[in-house]
Design a protein around this ligand. Structure first.
Ligand SMILES: Nc1ncnc2c1ncn2[C@@H]1O[C@H](COP(=O)(O)OP(=O)(O)OP(=O)(O)O)[C@@H](O)[C@H]1O
Length: 225
């Protein structure tokens, strides 16, 4: 479950996001849309605790993000919410397997155990990369790198998946593969999905579209789409 109450965030006078109330029940798949610059990435970063609102509250289940310190948040959000961005942000000096298990190694709330490797390999198998776990990311294709990034986001079985245009750099075939993986996970785990997308072709796969333009109370609204 995700709930926003009286949320207000601005970078400067020319950009303000204001959301009186927004609730997504567990298992909802929401597409975040709106014209360029209306605040979609900002919205994802607020939900991920990467940005702090100027005022208001953000609940991820029982976790109220604004009550936690920066370091507590870093620990907690990996457990609650998996993040997938358009840039895959994999570490090229770690193998695919080590990239996937990295959140478990660096996060004190999570435990890295022997079974963790098994879980990572299972995930990699499920996205068709079972044979490539010893490779380094720079030896993979774009689509494969994004699949590794998704496995890393799913390693702690988060109940919420936050995705910022995860298919933006991919061709149609890879786009469909990635979307299938994300949707299958959310179905299997009843996870809540929040995905920024510009791709209107895929909107009917979601339960809900949230056009962020309606919450953008900036003085100068941008519209490039
Ligand atoms: N760090 C920052 N400091 C100041 N302004 C910022 C910062 N990051 C983004 N902005 C501004 O805030 C607004 C919202 O940015 P954001 O990246 O959330 O938009 P978006 O809807 O994701 O855009 P796009 O569809 O083009 O990716 C934009 O006007 C942008 O210029």
């Amino acid at each position: 479950m995700i709930r926003l109450e009286k949320l207000r965030f601005s970078y400067a006078a020319d950009f303000t996001l204001e959301i009186e109330r927004l609730e997504l029940e567990q298992g909802t798949k929401a597409a975040i849309t709106g014209s360029s610059g209306c605040g979609k990435t900002t919205f994802i970063k607020l939900l991920a605790g990467i940005l702090k609102p100027d005022s208001g509250k953000i609940f991820l289940d029982d976790l109220e993000l604004t009550t936690y310190s920066e370091s507590e948040l870093q620990d907690l959000r990996i457990v609650k919410a998996g993040l997938v961005f358009q840039e895959f942000e994999l570490l090229d000096y770690l193998t695919v397997l080590d990239n996937v298990t990295l959140p478990l190694r660096i996060n004190p709330v999570l435990k890295y155990r022997k079974e963790s490797q098994h879980r990572a390999k299972e995930l990699l198998n499920s996205v068709g990369l079972g044979e490539k776990y010893r490779r380094y990311p720079n030896k993979l294709s774009q689509g494969e790198r994004q699949r590794v990034a998704i496995c890393r986001a799913l390693i702690a079985t988060p109940g919420i998946l936050l995705c910022d245009e995860p298919t933006a750099n991919l061709d149609a075939r890879n786009r469909d593969i990635i979307l299938q993986i994300i949707f299958d996970y959310c179905e299997a785990e009843n996870a809540t999905l929040v995905m920024v997308t510009h791709d209107r072709e895929i909107l009917n796969s979601f339960d809900r579209e949230i056009d962020l333009q309606q919450f953008n109370s900036s003085q100068t609204k941008t519209s490039y789409e």
